[in-house]
Design a protein. Structure first.
Length: 77
């Protein structure tokens, strides 16, 4: 999913349910299938980080303004 679609989805949820801005924690699931079987649920605790995602690794990018920074992903935790 691209950031634009993610943001549109979040904004739609907030428009439909404004109370979630103050009342809801943000969590993520790991190690789950499509039906959340065997899921580990955790709260998001860190600010988003820009970086480069390869097939096997995520590397944080320090120089965001560089045209050759290689930024292609946002890590949410």
């Amino acid at each position: 999913m691209k950031l634009k679609q993610f943001l549109e989805n979040i904004n739609t949820l907030v428009e439909q349910h404004p109370h979630i801005l103050e009342e809801c924690d943000v969590v993520f699931s790991a190690d789950a299938d499509d039906e959340l079987n065997h899921a580990t649920i955790n709260k998001i605790t860190y600010q988003p980080t820009l970086g480069h995602l390869s097939d096997i690794d995520f590397l944080e990018v320090e120089d965001w303004d560089s045209p050759d920074s290689g930024i292609n992903a946002i890590c949410i935790n």
